[in-house]
Design a protein around this ligand. Structure first.
Ligand code: PNS
Length: 169
């Protein structure tokens, strides 16, 4: 039997949005298994701890159909992404591309990752149009000022954002 095709879907997931979930569903059509890998982006200071981000991802994945849910695992990682991917037998890194503005950073990261490990390729997927304009950053900003973010993030994320911002005021 052929080896299962494993991909890693890395990100800060601070917090996970329906845009991320859409990408996860798309990646599951292409790969046998998917590892959602929660990492640290040195350029960002996350609102949620790693533990909180991981809990929200796991809870959000309960929305997936059983068959799909069984093919996804959630892990946190530190260090180089390609080392994590290699250690888990992945052949690809999945990243979402929403707009031209994402491209430069994504292209640079994909090429650096390829330089670091030539056995792992980056695959870019576009989210559905409904999710093109959302990002974790814009969701946090809307939530901070009391904006309605329902329908853009899973219920657990909406709840955790409310708790976080109420506690901060
Ligand atoms: O959701 P993000 O913030 O765009 O995700 C970025 C992330 C965590 C995938 C990226 O910063 C990352 O891979 N960090 C680990 C260190 C690494 O391998 N960086 C890329 C090559 S130098």
């Amino acid at each position: 039997m052929a080896e299962p095709k494993i991909a890693v879907y890395p990100g800060t997931f601070d917090p996970i949005t329906y845009g991320h979930l859409d990408l996860i569903k798309r990646a599951l059509r292409l790969f046998d298994r998917l590892i959602v890998a929660i990492g640290e982006n040195p350029a960002k200071k996350p609102l949620f701890t790693m533990k909180e981000r991981k809990e929200m991802v796991i809870e959000s994945l309960k929305e997936l159909k059983d068959r799909d849910g069984e093919r996804v695992i959630v892990e946190s990682f530190s260090g180089l992404l390609v080392d994590f991917a290699e250690a888990h037998g992945a052949c690809a890194i999945v990243r979402g591309l929403r707009a031209v503005s994402d491209f430069e950073y994504e292209f640079q990261m994909a090429l650096m990752n390829r330089k670091l490990n030539r056995r792992i390729d980056t695959v870019f997927l576009m989210p559905g149009f409904r999710w093109i304009y959302i990002s974790s950053t814009i969701i946090k900003e809307a939530a901070l000022f009391g904006g309605d973010i329902s329908g853009l993030v899973p219920p657990i994320v909406e709840q955790k954002l409310k708790e976080k911002y109420v506690l901060q005021y």
